[in-house]
Design a protein around this ligand. Structure first.
Ligand SMILES: C[S@@+](CC[C@H](N)C(=O)[O-])C[C@H]1O[C@@H](n2cnc3c(N)ncnc32)[C@H](O)[C@@H]1O
Length: 369
């Protein structure tokens, strides 16, 4: 069986490396995510342990379609009765690119029609649609007229870890923070500091990674638990996976994780979020201009304000340039938009990546100083 884990654009390589490290085999990064063979057990394990995957999708099937009728027929050709019964609720999430079918809402509608028509014909009644809290979330991805149909094993975006009670003005998703930590090269041994932490997303993801705290443990349930096909054997397997994940948590010899922000409200938000996650961070109010070398030298990973949503001053960019120069022996990774920060730092990064923060195309700059 084929699984597909989706990732923010630009982080597919990081997700591939993470899944390999978690023991998944034949993992291939492609646009928008990573494909790999695996059964439902593997899918549940990926949902519990991947920090970077946004969704873990279980393949129902694949066909070609260039119009609504072919789409409807293709969807109806699959047997939906193992997954849904007439009491189940359903939602469809669709996306398309470089195809004759161009409207994701139309694609979602035809897909839903085909599924409910099949169930009505076979079982006499049809399942209802629930956009916000469906029992079964069907995902349709169309690229170059090829239709891939999946069920969402997690049942929603996996960035929702369950600990974020407070957010700041421009938060990044937990899944993106995890990708940035991996691309930034953090070794989970040396100290890590986010000196502009906002609500603490990067620092809390770092502390969770260092503690080997499985990101899926905070979710109340996975989507798969509400599928008709989720039987006693699958329930037992998931309970065992959760138990193993709990037992694998590391509680000693953890590296220092520091989170600073100039705004006292953000300091309080980070403290509250860290408490909710059950993780220990050193959280202080401080200006990034005062940041001195970590002892021993470590990693500074942050997303400074960029002009899209927060006012950014040339002076702050200049200060960040000065920070890079005064921290020899450190690795510094900064998520930014445009080229201004790179210019202010005054040298090209040692590595950089284009990554998408929601709709925003950003650059992750890494300096091995
Ligand atoms: C884009 S937000 C960070 C968001 C964070 N990654 C999150 O997910 O919540 C940038 C943060 O930088 C902080 N900041 C701005 N200027 C600063 C300075 N001079 N020193 C420290 N923090 C600063 C802001 O208060 C804001 O919380």
């Amino acid at each position: 069986m084929e699984l597909f884990a989706t990732a923010a654009k630009g982080t597919e390589g990081a997700l591939r490396d993470e899944l390999r490290e978690l023991g998944f085999r034949r993992v291939r990064a492609t646009r928008g995510g990573v494909g790999f063979p695996g059964d439902l057990h593997a899918a549940m394990r990926a949902c519990l342990h991947s920090r970077i995957a946004v969704r873990v999708l279980w393949s129902v099937g694949h066909f070609a379609a260039t119009d609504g009728q072919a789409l409807y027929d293709g969807i109806r050709s699959f047997d939906w009765t193992p997954h849904l019964d007439p009491r189940s609720t359903l939602a469809v999430k669709a996306s398309c690119r470089s195809s004759k079918l161009t409207h994701s809402q139309f694609i979602a509608q035809r897909t839903k029609d085909a599924i409910v028509d099949q169930l009505r014909d076979r079982q006499g009644t049809r399942p209802d649609v629930s956009r916000d809290d469906p029992d079964v979330l069907v995902v349709v991805r169309i690229a170059k007229d090829q239709v891939d149909v999946y069920l969402d094993v997690g049942g929603g975006s996996l960035h929702k870890r369950g600990w974020r009670t407070r957010i700041g003005t421009a938060p990044i998703k937990e899944t993106l923070a995890a990708a940035i930590l991996r691309l930034g090269g953090w070794d989970r041994e040396r100290p890590l500091c986010d000196p502009m932490c906002g609500a603490g997303t990067i620092a809390i993801e770092a502390a969770a990674w260092a503690a080997n705290l499985a990101p899926g443990l905070g979710r109340k349930e996975l989507g798969v638990e509400r599928w008709k096909s989720f039987d006693a054997g699958a329930r037992q397997a998931l309970a065992e996976l959760r138990e193993e994940a709990r037992a694998a948590r590391r509680r000693h010899r953890l590296p220092p994780v520091l989170a600073y922000d100039v705004d006292p409200k953000m300091v309080e938000a980070t403290r509250a979020n860290a408490r909710a996650a059950g993780l220990h961070l050193e959280v202080e109010q401080a200006d990034v201009r005062e940041l001195t070398a970590l002892e021993p030298p470590g990693f500074v990973i942050a997303n400074p304000p960029y002009d899209e949503r927060l006012p950014v001053s040339r002076e702050l960019h200049r200060e960040l340039g000065a920070m890079v120069r005064r921290l020899p022996g450190h690795t510094i990774a900064l998520l930014t938009m445009g080229r201004d920060l790179e210019r202010a730092i005054g040298r090209p990064p040692d590595k950089w990546w284009l990554v998408h923060n929601g709709p925003l195309e950003c650059r992750l700059l890494r300096y091995d100083v």
